[in-house]
Ligand binder design. Structure first.
Ligand SMILES: Cc1ncc(COP(=O)(O)O)c(C=O)c1O
Length: 468
């Protein structure tokens, strides 16, 4: 069998998978025990005998796809994982084949050039100039995921707040101010940086968990009076739980006045900056010192590809080495070595798939996709709020909606979700928000419509009745 034949076999299986998903055929997810999947995919035999080509490959791929969550099924409204487009998936294929570890320019010039281009595109969308003749111009790097991106950004913040920390460990009593709703990767990053999770200090928030800027100013003063040095102030665009945005411009204003580093976790919501209609949600994002933006969330890119963007590239160059700015500077390379800006050494061609997703849709296509998902979410919120037996947690701002049954308050959303998953027709997540439990939908699939939402509500009613 040639590559072409096997690729055709895989493409055929994927097309069937896509067609069945879009037609809402069968169930959206199956969760058999791993031991059963190991058997159904015949892993042991393949490991012993090899031969994964031709008909064997077809059987294997079909068994594999049968054990996936079918993200192309509009009834899947679970995690913030992109509904990828075909070109982006082909980007993964090309990268898998060429396998260029491109963090150093000479090890993947084309991938490296695309990363530069793609980062510049993102920087411009945020509202930053990419004029490299300016000292302290913005810069960035792509990482394998938003968690690593948050860690990278906080490394840059630390190099600004405590330049000797890289060589000698923290010499100042550093704290990070963050709203309690922040993604757990930020607490992890603070732990990894050796500050101890106790170094995260809560910023006072309103009843929906959004930062209150005036209270932030007070918190900064309080911390400083206690001898602490503020390493970074973190804001969310948007929160993971319910997709709400912190008021970035006002927070930036407080940070500017106080002279503190301002980091925006825009993993999910920075994509709002693509749309003139949604850009108000991230108003002030251009005033951040650093931000992260995941392409594998709202930019139709397969897992994973996240960007760390900084207002002044020199902080990122210093993040992992005090001397990085002259060791790793542009040298005589025809391109840029990203190695100094990441935790990773070998890095896949992340920008290739992200760029191919963009190039397939065009900027207007991506913008339309984001706008359509948000519009659909608002419509779904209206529909749910009008049901006599359901309530929503909060008016959504983006494409995340938290809801629950009101009738029979004793019905636990976690238990309901477990039953939904066991039936496999709809996929949702579960979240604690405002001190209560909710079923959480993230609309990522352009084809999800109000019939799907109605179907989900009926399914919830059904499993609740079964529980009673
Ligand atoms: C706001 C926010 N930040 C960071 C992350 C982590 O991103 P990743 O899953 O790519 O590591 C997430 C993931 O859901 C998120 O919602």
């Amino acid at each position: 069998m040639t590559l072409k034949d096997d690729a055709r076999t895989v493409a055929q299986a994927l097309e069937d998978y896509d067609r069945k998903g879009l037609a809402r055929e069968g169930i959206a997810l199956r969760q058999p025990p791993s031991s059963q999947l190991i058997q159904s995919m015949d892993l042991q035999r393949f490991a012993t005998e090899g031969g994964l080509t031709g008909d064997a490959l077809r059987t294997f791929v079909e068994a594999y796809l049968d054990g996936t969550i079918k993200l192309r099924d509009p009834r899947v409204m679970g995690h913030q994982t992109a509904h990828t487009n075909d070109a982006a998936a082909l980007g993964c294929f090309i990268d898998g084949y060429a396998s260029n570890p491109m963090a150093i320019n000479e090890m993947g010039p084309a991938a490296n050039a695309i990363e530069q281009f793609y980062l510049d595109w993102m920087l411009q969308k945020i509202g930053w100039s990419v004029d490299r003749s300016q000292t302290g111009h913005p810069g960035g790097v792509l990482t394998h995921g938003g968690s690593l991106a948050n860690l990278t950004a906080l490394c840059a913040a630390r190099s600004a707040a405590d330049p000797d920390a890289w060589m000698s460990g923290p010499s100042r009593d550093l704290v990070v101010l963050a709203p309690p709703a922040s993604h757990y990767s930020l607490a992890r990053a603070v732990g990894i940086l050796g500050l101890g999770e106790n170094a995260i200090v809560d910023i006072p928030v309103d009843e929906c968990g959004r930062i209150i800027p005036s209270e932030l100013a007070v918190q900064i003063e309080t911390q400083r009076a206690a001898g602490k040095v503020i390493m970074a102030v973190i804001a969310n665009a948007c929160q993971t739980a319910a997709g709400l945005f912190d008021p970035l411009r006002d927070i930036a204003d407080v940070c500017r006045k106080a002279g503190t580093w301002f980091h925006v976790d825009g993993a999910h919501g920075a994509a709002a900056s693509l749309s003139p209609d949604l850009a108000h949600l991230v108003d002030g994002i251009d005033l951040a010192d650093s931000l992260i933006w995941d392409s594998h969330k709202m930019l139709r890119t397969p897992c994973l590809c996240a960007a760390v963007l900084v207002r002044d590239h020199r902080h990122l160059d210093a993040a992992f080495n005090q001397e990085a700015s002259y060791i790793f500077h542009e040298k005589e390379n025809p391109g840029f070595d990203f190695l100094g800006r990441t935790v990773e050494c070998t890095k896949s061609a992340l920008a290739l798939k992200a760029f191919m997703a963009l190039a397939y849709e065009g900027e207007a296509g991506l913008c339309g996709y984001v706008e359509a998902l948000v519009a659909r979410t608002l419509e779904a919120a209206r529909l749910v709020a009008n049901q006599p037996d359901f309530e929503i947690a909060v008016q959504p701002e983006f494409n995340i909606l938290c809801l629950r049954l009101t009738k029979g308050q004793q019905t636990c959303s976690l238990e309901l979700r477990k039953r939904l998953l066991a039936r496999g027709r709809y996929y949702t997540t579960y979240v604690e928000f405002l001190g209560q439990s909710w079923i959480r939908l993230t609309l990522m699939q352009a084809e999800t419509n109000m019939d799907d939402i109605r179907g989900l509500l009926d399914e919830i009613r059904l499993v609740a009745r079964q529980e009673a």
